[in-house]
Design a protein around this ligand. Structure first.
Ligand code: CTP
Ligand code: MG
Length: 253
């Protein structure tokens, strides 16, 4: 069985979230349990995950270690300091990955609705191809528009959506490929690790996940996550048994 280390970046500033709440999104409670704990437990309990590392900003470090000491001990999660950008946070964690990890998976701490079946899918694609991420095909009609002085923007044209996907996490790489991607980073400020790999000429597969695997960005996203948990409690609890494993991915669109 291939061995995975999992990096959970949680060192952002939650700026788009904090306009509504003065707290950072990985640390707030989602239906009674912290967002990052819900995220981490989907990985820590897997037989193929040998290490889980969370990146926390220096300003949150003391609070984080103190408040979550029992969770950290129970789930055996390592902590590193995050950096100024997401890619910096992930790089700091990459340096702490154990030598015996063959693959590295990066998953947003702020994406707590991930379930085992989707992790299975992207892990196995990464083992087959070296690098793979979860994503969803774009279902909306997409417009290219120019901002104008008002609140609205003016449409230039419609972009055909046939080949367009939204990237999600987990993003999973053979360890040497992710290290190569970082070595070739230069001044790039990527918004995900796949972009770093693309920059290094590394082919990355995109595997269909689910729109339910949402990232909490705004407070509205948080309310959606609460609602989705409420309709999927049994599935989340039964995750260790991979409750969705036999289902057609297309039903999750
Ligand atoms: N992240 C990180 N280090 C950074 C920036 C982001 O570890 N320097 C993490 C966030 O904590 C989050 C994930 O990367 O779990 C995805 O980033 P995003 O949703 O943009 O979170 P924030 O950067 O915190 O939010 P915002 O951009 O609204 O400030
Ligand atoms: Mg951000």
């Amino acid at each position: 069985m291939a061995k995975f280390a999992v990096i959970l970046p949680a060192a952002g500033k939650s700026e788009r979230f904090k306009t509504h709440q003065q707290k950072k999104k990985p640390f707030i409670e989602l239906k009674g349990r912290p967002v990052w704990v819900r995220t981490a437990e989907q990985f820590c309990n897997r037989a193929d995950v040998i290490q889980t590392i969370i990146a926390v900003s220096p300003e949150d470090m003391e609070f984080f270690k103190e408040k979550f000491r029992p969770n950290l001990a129970f789930m055996n999660v390592d902590i590193v300091e995050g950096g100024a950008s997401r890619a910096d946070s992930v790089f700091n964690a990459l340096k702490a990955v154990r030598d015996d990890a063959e693959y590295v998976a990066v998953h947003d701490a702020a994406r707590p609705l991930i379930v085992g079946a989707w992790i299975d899918r992207v892990f196995s694609e990464a083992v087959g191809h070296g690098a793979a991420i979860l994503g969803t095909p774009i279902t909306s009609t997409v417009k290219l528009a120019r901002a104008n002085s008002k609140a609205a923007a003016v449409i230039d044209k419609t972009i055909p959506r046939e080949s367009l996907w939204q990237a999600q996490t987990p993003q999973v790489f053979r360890k040497d490929l992710l290290m190569k991607a970082y070595a070739m980073r230069g001044t790039l400020e990527p918004t995900d690790e796949a972009q770093l790999a693309e920059n290094a000429g590394i082919p990355v597969s995109i595997v269909e996940g689910s729109p339910l695997n949402l990232k909490i960005t705004t407070f509205d996203d948080f309310k959606m996550a609460e609602a989705l948990l409420a309709i999927l409690p049994a599935e989340k609890k039964l995750n260790a048994l991979h409750p969705f494993a036999d289902e057609d991915p297309k039903m999750w669109r």
